[in-house]
Ligand binder design. Structure first.
Ligand SMILES: [Zn+2]
Length: 53
């Protein structure tokens, strides 16, 4: 008998807000390509060192 985790979905860390987010059905087709937790993060300006200029 094995205990099976309830949350069986994969997780990723959002590139923008650095928060973990879980698989969602709407990403079923391109989960591999998902980098951000939400549309807002996806369209937000990147947090890079570009500001150093
Ligand atoms: Zn995010």
């Amino acid at each position: 008998m094995k205990m099976r985790k309830k949350a069986d979905f994969p997780q990723k860390i959002c590139l923008h807000c650095q928060k973990p987010f879980s698989w969602r059905k709407k990403w079923a087709r391109d989960w591999e390509a998902v980098r951000y937790c939400s549309e807002r993060c996806r369209s937000a300006p990147k947090l890079t060192s570009a500001a150093e200029e």
